[in-house]
Design a protein around this ligand. Structure first.
Ligand code: FES
Ligand SMILES: [Fe+2]
Length: 325
């Protein structure tokens, strides 16, 4: 099922980790659309996963000399989508110009492959930590979730649940109160002021203390928080980005960035994040309605939900319909 979402149609949507796309073409589902990703010497490419000849899935084919070869009758498509060879035609006969694959925007960036179904030159969200000196970046995911992306994103932006759902890890039951904070429009999107959160062991020293969270909304399905330790000036940020896969399923990915050495392997970092996410998942998969209500009267918000409120207003302003009500 394909939901018509004119906004997300023109967004960069995460398709897979960069390392997942190797020699073999692969199929991903983006908003119900079957997309084939493939890699050539020129870079990464995304087509509609449908051969114009007889509707075969191009992802069953292979890449040969920079061209995607259909598994059914071996028509070859170059990176621009044009058909370069039809083995069944006599050599001298021209290839019909209609023999083309439908191409999508495709880029490798921030450790992922991204697809844009509508606008290949759409703007990118800024991610200054990625590739910058002094920062370590660890790619996290995929995590498949039986929920719509806005519920998953909002859970990530939700400060009030840290001491409840992640008690003992990201919060402490004796410190559930959230101090007041504001949310501002900034050129990059929306940003909260710092929010103090009391954590049991934020820097691995075994010492419980306050850390300071800043939430940012960069794009409809891409958000971030930064956690600051004001004793050490250590910063840790997590970018979350969600792929709307089909009507009921989403896939979450992230990048964890550190401006210090957390003393952990990549594997330990992603395992911890998996464990935290596993605490959120049953909550998010059982929220009703599944579609995030953009009418602020529908659920009961508190002051501390300002980031979530800003997110709902932002989706409403943009006109995102996938996973919203
Ligand atoms: S279906 Fe792809 S070449 Fe025939
Ligand atoms: Fe959480």
């Amino acid at each position: 099922m394909i939901v018509n979402d004119a906004v997300l149609h023109n967004e960069w949507i995460v398709a897979c980790r960069a390392q997942d796309l190797q020699e073999k073409p692969m199929q991903v589902l983006i908003m119900g659309e079957r997309v084939v990703l493939f890699r050539t010497g020129e870079g990464v490419h995304a087509f509609k996963d449908l051969c114009v000849h007889r509707g075969a899935a191009l992802s069953q084919g292979c890449v040969k000399e920079g061209k995607l070869v259909c598994a059914y009758h071996a028509w070859e498509f170059d990176a621009s989508g044009a058909c370069a060879s039809i083995p069944q035609l006599p050599k001298e006969q021209a290839i019909p110009t209609k023999a083309r694959a439908i191409t999508y925007g495709c880029e490798e960036r921030y450790g992922f492959i991204w697809v844009n179904l509508g606008q290949a030159d759409a703007p990118w969200f800024p991610f200054p930590e990625y590739g910058a000196g002094g920062w370590r970046n660890v790619v996290w995911g995929p995590q498949t979730v039986a929920a719509k992306p806005p519920r998953i994103v909002e859970n990530f932006l939700d400060v009030g649940h840290l001491a409840i759902v992640h008690e003992g890890y990201l919060g402490v039951e004796t410190h559930t109160e959230i101090g007041d904070y504001r949310v501002h429009r900034v050129p990059e999107g929306i940003r909260s002021e710092e929010i103090a959160i009391f954590q049991p062991d934020p820097d691995g020293s075994g010492q419980a203390k306050h850390v300071y969270y800043t939430y940012e909304i960069a794009r409809p399905l891409t958000v971030k928080f930064t956690k600051r330790d004001n004793e050490t000036d250590h910063l840790m940020s997590i970018v979350l980005t969600v792929q709307p896969k089909d009507a009921d399923t989403s896939v979450a990915y992230g990048v964890l960035s550190f401006n210090y050495d957390p003393g952990l392997t990549d594997e330990e970092i992603t395992s911890f994040q998996d464990m935290i996410f596993a605490q959120d998942k049953p909550v998010v998969e059982n929220q009703k309605p599944e579609d995030l209500p953009l009418d602020l009267q529908v659920e009961l918000s508190l002051k501390c939900d300002r980031v979530s409120i800003a997110y709902r207003q932002y989706l409403k302003e943009l006109g995102v319909v996938w996973g919203t009500a």
